[in-house]
Ligand binder design. Structure first.
Ligand code: NAD
Length: 349
């Protein structure tokens, strides 16, 4: 049976959840609640029930699951009120502005005996899934360095995302997704250090982009870059592994893989450049290296809600766990601190 479902916040992402639920095989939309009357009116015009208060939503005993899609600074209060009111809760990312806030949410969920998880929907992005599957298959060995980038050219949005008090900034907005993805790829590694440099080209108050380097005890490196002032873009993913390289140019494109077959080469033809020649940087030929494309993996983002509904019924473990979101939050806290100090800092678990 479908679960009765409601959404708090009927802005950009709240509308996405509403539209998604209307196509879902596990959810039945009961309604929305938004603090802004105009948003409630918009919902009613579409034939969607708009609760007049959060308490009215909480008192609707039919509603089993609620997704919270409101600005980042108000997640804590709304999530806890819903959990205490007996609802299972999904919170939008970033779940909280500090580890302390997350601890309160998790403790409240445990006390209420309700499911609480976070909408880390970019785990269903095919670019990330392609990198994960190459690592899982071991076809080019263990990753030594993964670079994950998102580049835009419109600056940080001019809404609450540009303001510190609402939890704005790109580390919290996009960083949370890209760090989450890489922590799943490097799930068996221990973090040694974190270095982060923020950019403030279009916004002085919050970061409008950043360069984040996470170094693991093994020596492997996860690098995340988000830019909102990039009029030409670098590849979405670049992965250097023990036996090859993988590259994804754009998030909807196939992965190009170069796999080293033989390390030694007999005759290397030097490349002639305008001012000299080089053997070191000459490309390999097909005798020692295979180059191929991988098909785009299959992905169904409805699997997120399917998992949540099964987890509520005790039939599956929730995919996005408290430990995973806590780790990502801790990395972001280290990133802010590294940026503030202007240096690399040791990671404290
Ligand atoms: P938005 O500004 O478009 O919408 C926020 C809505 O929340 C507004 O309609 C506002 O009136 C309402 N609101 C504010 N405070 C409220 C409260 N206390 N109670 C009820 N309603 C309230 O913002 P958005 O882009 O939809 O972002 C909302 C959340 O979703 C943020 O946490 C953001 O990081 C997240 N988000 C996630 C993704 C993703 O891909 N997972 C994408 C975009 C945004």
């Amino acid at each position: 049976m479908k679960k009765k479902f409601a959404v708090v916040g009927y802005g950009g992402m709240g509308s996405w959840h509403v539209n998604h639920s209307l196509k879902s095989d596990v959810l039945e939309l009961s309604g929305i609640y938004d603090i802004d009357d105009k948003k409630s009116e918009l919902a009613r015009e579409r034939g969607i029930r708009a609760y007049s208060s959060l308490d009215e939503l909480i008192n609707d005993k039919d509603v089993e699951l609620v997704t919270v899609a409101i600005p980042n600074d108000v997640h804590l209060d709304t999530v806890c009120r819903l959990l205490k009111g007996g609802k299972n809760v999904i919170c939008e990312k970033p779940v909280a502005l500090s580890t302390r806030e997350l601890e309160i949410m998790v403790a409240t969920a445990k006390e209420a005996g309700k499911l609480f998880t976070v909408h880390q929907n970019r785990r269903w992005d095919v670019d990330y899934l392609a990198i994960q599957s190459i690592c899982d298959s071991g076809e080019i060995g263990k990753p030594l360095r993964i670079e994950s980038r998102i580049h835009g050219s419109r600056g940080i949005p001019s809404d609450w995302r540009g303001m510190k008090e609402y939890g704005g900034g790109m580390i919290l907005d996009w960083g949370v997704h890209l760090i989450d993805q890489l922590m799943l790829v490097f799930k068996d590694e221990k973090i040694a250090t974190v270095n982060c440099v923020e950019t403030h080209i279009t916004n002085k108050e919050v970061d409008d982009g950043f360069y984040l380097t996470i170094t693991f005890e093994s020596g492997a490196v996860a690098f995340v870059e988000v830019g909102t002032y990039n009029f030409l873009t670098l590849p979405r993913f670049y992965m250097k592994s023990e036996n090859g390289t993988a590259l994804i140019q754009d998030w909807r494109e196939k992965t190009k893989v170069a796999k080293c077959k033989y390390w030694h080469e007999n005759d290397v033809l030097p490349v002639q450049t305008a001012a000299g020649l080089t053997k070191t940087m000459a490309p390999r030929d097909s005798i020692t290296m295979d180059v191929y494309e991988k098909d785009i993996p299959l992905s169904d983002v409805h699997d997120f809600y399917r998992n949540v509904c099964k987890a509520i019924d005790g039939k599956e473990n929730q995919l996005v766990t408290h430990e995973q979101v806590a780790l990502v939050l801790k990395i972001m806290e280290h990133a802010f601190e590294s940026s503030r100090q202007g240096q690399t800092i040791k990671f404290e678990y």
